[in-house]
Every structure is written in structure tokens, then in C-alpha cells.
Write a protein that binds this ligand. Structure first.
Ligand code: SF4
Length: 341
């Protein structure tokens, strides 16, 4: 694993040597915590939460240790739908060998337009032990994946921590990448402080009525996600890469533009500009599809227009966000040239 991208090339030999040493000693966050003797306690702390589950803002209070299930319908053990190198993520997490993606079944948000509804809503997948999850992590690392990409991790966070510790003892060395809907409690995120290297919150809306309508009554989503992202930024800061352009650390925000301004994009980018560093990474995506039960709601029962995507990116620039995802920029440029031509 290489060091952080520091920029500049006119270094003295001593500085080059110091940088080389820094590269050699880069270690993932969870390994540092284990070396400090703290990772085991975090696993215990997380597992205790299963007795009266308050892992997410739904705060069901069910005893998952005894087999009770809450809103997410998740059992005690993690249910995994698939695990493989994935090339459909941002360039800095995909690299040449892919992102080591583990799709967890079930979900605590359950959006009505979910593109993974057989996994998230129906819970399709295979129940496994934490030891098996650790072996999956090691397998993905052996395939050359640049990170362990945990998709929809919130309701299985204790299992993930336990598996990470087991995998660390088997040689896990790649960044842990928390790929979440953003519907996260700050108190729970604090348990992940010093364990997760990369956070990717998928910020869905800025209006509580939209969140309530399209994400199973989660009217507190906008307030929750804002607090969560501020905590994520406090823990890992802005997106950082190695010399090969591979993500090592930081917050990467993802935002899906929805038809009829349902996602509240302008409010989001303005909030980001006011509350986060201006160089916070944001991927503004155009690939909204009418999935699952979205067709029942005329407001979201179509794809987005070119104009809706262009205005979203224009807002991000207008409010001074400087770190747009390369694919967002390329798509904007493509449509801009077609318009100009
Ligand atoms: S993780 Fe599941 S059971 Fe726990 S509070 Fe959230 S929705 Fe409820």
C-alpha cells in the first residue's frame, strides 16, 4: 500500500527518504486501533448493541441475540448476497483490480425506488458466521482488490467489526470502505472511529417529506444524514489517494439526482459548501432508474432529463465545491459540448 498523495516533486533526498518510509509504514486504521489494544473492546461494545438493537435511527429495541427482528428484518448473523471485485464504483476505489465488494442483505432505510430491492427489501442471500465474513475479506484482498467495500453495512456493523479483527489476524491490510445510505446515528459512528478508512454516504434527500414518502417513513433522514456526514468528516477528513490514484482515506459523498428535484440537490450542495471543506468529494450521479415501486408515484416514475443533471452539477460549482467526481465532470462536459455544438 502506498502513501498519501502529497504533491510536488522537488524534494531533497532526505525528504524523499522520509516520504518513502511514510509509504512503507502506511497501515489501515483498524490495525492501528488493534495495536493500541482498543479494537477488541470496540467489538464487544458493538455486539452488546444487539441485545436491544439501536444500531440505526429506527431504534427498534429488539433483542437480536434472541432472534428478534426489527424494521430491517436482519437476523443476528450477517446475510451476504454476493462478494466480488466490483468495477461500478468511483475510479479511485475501483483502480485496476476492483473494489472488494460485499453486498449485505436487508436494509434499515428501504427506499421505494431501490435498485437492489431483491437484496435490500427481500433479504435474499446466505446467512454466514463472522469467521466466514473474515475469510471473504481475505479472499477479496488476495484477488488484488484495493479495499473492502461494505455495501449497506449499518445493521451488521458489529459483525463487520468482529470479522475485521479476525481478518486482521489473517493479514488483512486494505482500507475498510463503509458504503452506507447515510441513515446512521452519530453515537454508533463513534464506535467506528479509528476503524473505517473511507466513508461513502449516499445522500438521498434534503427534505423530510420526501424522505418520509419514499424511504419508509424516515422523515428524520435529512437531519440524521447531515449530522452523520459531519461526524464522518471529523473522523477521516477529505478524500485522499496514493500515488496511483487509489483511495486510502476520507469521505466520498454520493448523490443520485432524482426527477422533479426530489433529491433536493441544490440544498445539499449549499449545505456541503457551508458545513464541510469545499474540496469534499462528491459524485453527482445521473443513473436514476424507475425501480421497485417507484412507478406508483408519478413524481419519480421517470428517468431524469439532461437539464436536471446539468443544473445539479452547475449548483455544485456555483456554491464552490471543487472536488467533483471525474465521471460527473466527464458527463457534464459531454452534454455541454453537445449543447454547444
Ligand atoms: S439495525 Fe435493524 S433492528 Fe436495529 S435499530 Fe436499525 S432497523 Fe432496527
Amino acid at each position: 500500500m502506498k502513501g498519501l498523495l502529497l504533491g510536488g516533486s522537488l524534494f531533497s533526498p532526505a525528504v524523499v527518504l522520509a516520504k518513502k518510509k511514510k509509504e512503507e509504514i502506511w497501515i489501515p486504521a483498524y490495525e492501528k486501533l488493534e495495536n493500541e489494544g482498543k479494537l477488541g473492546k470496540r467489538v464487544e461494545q458493538a455486539y452488546a448493541l444487539f441485545e436491544k438493537c439501536q444500531l440505526c435511527p429506527r431504534m427498534c429495541g429488539v433483542n437480536r441475540q434472541k432472534g428478534e427482528r426489527g424494521f430491517c428484518r436482519a437476523p443476528l448473523r450477517p446475510v451476504v448476497f454476493s462478494h466480488n471485485p466490483h468495477f461500478g464504483e468511483e475510479m479511485s476505489v475501483v483502480g485496476q483490480n476492483g473494489s472488494g465488494t460485499i453486498f449485505f442483505s436487508n436494509c434499515n432505510l428501504r427506499c421505494i425506488f431501490c435498485q437492489n430491492w431483491p437484496i435490500a427489501h427481500e433479504g435474499r442471500g446466505r446467512e454466514i458466521r463472522d469467521e466466514d465474513l473474515a475469510d471473504i475479506m481475505i479472499h477479496l484482498q488476495k484477488l488484488g482488490c484495493h479495499n473492502i467495500n461494505l455495501v449497506t453495512p449499518t445493521h451488521v456493523m458489529p459483525n463487520i467489526l468482529s470479522a475485521t479483527r479476525i481478518a486482521l489476524k489473517k493479514g488483512l491490510r486494505v482500507p475498510l470502505f463503509y458504503n452506507t445510505s447515510g441513515y446512521e446515528r452519530v453515537e454508533i459512528l463513534k464506535i467506528l472511529d479509528g476503524i473505517v478508512d473511507i466513508y461513502k454516504p449516499d445522500i438521498k434527500y434534503m427534505d423530510s417529506d420526501k424522505a418520509e414518502k419514499y424511504s419508509a417513513g424516515a422523515s428524520d433522514y435529512p437531519e440524521v444524514v447531515k449530522k452523520a456526514v459531519i461526524e464522518m468528516n471529523r473522523q477521516v477528513g477529505v478524500h485522499q489517494m496514493d500515488r496511483q490514484g487509489i483511495a486510502l482515506r476520507g469521505v466520498m459523498i454520493r448523490h443520485l439526482v432524482m426527477p422533479n428535484r426530489v433529491a433536493g440537490t441544490e440544498k445539499l450542495v449549499r449545505w456541503m459548501a457551508e458545513h464541510l471543506p469545499r474540496n469534499t468529494y462528491i459524485n453527482i450521479m445521473a443513473q436514476y432508474r424507475v425501480e421497485y415501486r417507484a412507478y406508483e408515484h408519478p413524481e419519480i416514475a421517470r428517468g431524469i432529463t439532461v437539464e436536471e443533471f446539468m443544473e445539479a452539477v452547475d449548483w455544485a460549482r456555483k456554491y464552490g465545491l471543487t472536488n467533483l467526481d471525474p465521471q460527473t465532470k466527464a458527463l457534464w462536459n459531454f452534454y455541454h459540448q453537445r449543447r454547444s455544438g
